[in-house]
Design a protein around this ligand. Structure first.
Ligand code: GLC
Length: 458
């Protein structure tokens, strides 16, 4: 299981100082983890894709809008399994183009994508041998979209990753409870006591397929809150997957990770490799622990026709910088239509983030959290060796950008958007660093000032 990064240092030093067998074994595990997590930590920005049968009703059932998020419609409109299954006949994404989806992600500056291989509704977007309730067997489309995406990701150099729901509203091992009004309540699913072994075998078969046939880079679990799923089950599944693919990265919801950082303790007893704060960027990050904030662009994960509550481009760019400045990744969601298109408002926003990333990507990729304990009033800070990146949200009207004291010697500064790297004037004293900035901000969302430092960054 995962070891927190603060422990990593202690263990590595420990093994050097003491050379004890136990430390040596631990440090090997630590090194493996460091290697395994490297691409993911450097990537910082990924695309989440929620796609499935729920894109057909798109938030409406029997002529009425269903409250809450689109991919929960089976539960929220209490749709009987036999009726929900029929949606598969209308799932025919004729306009799906794997190359185009991957291009959109890549042009936005995203280095990986995570797609729903099976959401809570149990419908599978891949050619699984474990059930016929899948895109190839149950829809008129008959093609394996995950295979197409996985191939295209390889071709375009984007990491292909998959989401997988532990809770399954369709699998016969589970059954719904009753809602307060006596109707169907799929969530949380109930387990037939003598069928859990069968269901775990089913999951393992599907997960093995995702690893061997699609080479998934991350298994992103969800739906772990059912009472019948235990932390011990999570540990067993983690160990099973780790053995199948040593380089696989697994999120904390494989155990009772819930939606945040629960389970990501620094004790070494954690479930999974990274925490998953949802719809928020934690106020001060989680030093020493890997995490990724997942977020929608409007209010729902799966496509919902009438959800037009879009976040602004500026907000999304700032969220990405915010997450990076706290040492986390940003997984930004799109919910494609049942016809196979990423909605135009999402594409527009991704293009805007992409334009910003083309100029400022250096201040995101491969960076670590801000060295300053306090958040600075004008924006955020990320760093790499020898460089501080000042993400300025509020451009200083007096043309003076003020940083807290930096112990190492500051050797220069320039605007990342300036191809000629013309030097900005800097003064360093014991009370701080002041960079003289031009009167107009190069970018209304986030202008990056690079500060060069000699030696460490503090
Ligand atoms: C929640 C929801 C789910 C969504 C997920 C993304 O757990 O149940 O619909 O897929 O969050 O993090």
């Amino acid at each position: 299981m995962k070891l927190a990064r603060t422990m990593v240092m202690v263990l590595v030093l420990g093994s050097l100082d003491l050379g004890g067998a136990a430390f040596a074994a631990d440090s090997t595990a630590v090194k493996k983890e460091e290697v395994r997590m490297r691409w993911w930590r450097d990537a910082r920005f990924g695309m989440f894709i929620h796609w499935g049968l729920y894109a057909v009703p798109a938030g409406e059932w029997q002529g009425k809008e269903v409250k809450s998020i689109g991919e929960w419609i089976m539960n929220n409109a209490a749709i009987p399994v036999a009726d929900y299954e029929k949606l598969a006949r209308d799932f025919n994404p004729a306009r799906f183009d794997a190359a185009e989806w991957v291009r959109i992600a890549k042009d936005a500056g995203m280095k990986y994508l995570v797609i729903t291989s099976k959401h809570h509704d149990g419908f599978c977007l891949f050619d699984t041998k474990a059930t016929d309730y899948n895109i190839v067997k149950a829809t008129p489309y008959e093609k394996d979209v995950l295979r197409a995406l996985s191939r295209e990701c390889k071709r375009q150099g984007v990491k292909f990753c998959t989401y997988y729901s532990i809770m399954d509203w369709h699998h016969p091992s589970q059954f719904p409870g009753k809602s307060k009004t006596g109707g169907l309540a799929y969530n949380p699913s109930q387990m037939h006591p003598d069928r859990k072994v069968e269901y775990v075998a089913f999951m393992k078969q599907q997960l093995r397929e995702l690893i061997s046939n699609y080479d998934t880079g991350v298994l992103w679990f969800d739906g772990e809150w059912c009472d019948w799923w235990t932390e011990a089950d999570g540990k067993d599944l983690y160990a099973y997957l780790r053995k199948l693919k040593p380089s696989l990265i697994i999120n904390n919801r494989v155990g009772k990770g819930r939606k945040g950082m629960e389970g990501m303790s620094k004790s070494g007893e954690d479930s999974g490799d990274f925490g998953t704060p949802e719809q928020q960027i934690p106020p001060s990050g989680f030093p020493g622990v890997d995490w990724e904030s997942c977020m929608t662009m409007n209010d729902t994960w799966g496509f919902k026709r009438n959800d037009n509550n879009w976040k602004s481009k500026q907000q999304l760019i700032r969220n990405l910088a915010d997450a990076a400045s706290k040492g986390g990744n940003f997984l930004l969601n799109v919910g494609p239509t049942s016809g196979g298109l990423i909605p135009p408002p999402s594409v527009e926003r991704l293009e805007a983030v992409g334009r910003w990333m083309k100029i400022n990507g250096e201040a995101i990729y491969g960076t670590t959290a801000s060295p300053f304990e306090k958040q600075l009033p004008w924006g955020r800070v990320t760093q790499k060796s020898g460089r501080l990146y000042l993400h300025v949200f509020d451009w200083p009207q007096n043309q003076k950008l003020v940083l807290p004291p930096v112990k190492s010697r500051v050797t220069g500064a320039y605007l990342l958007a300036d191809p000629n790297k013309r030097p900005l004037q800097v003064s360093q004293t014991e009370s701080g660093v002041v960079v003289s900035t031009p009167s107009v901000a190069p970018d209304a969302s986030d202008s990056v000032v690079v500060v060069k430092v000699h030696g460490g960054n503090r």
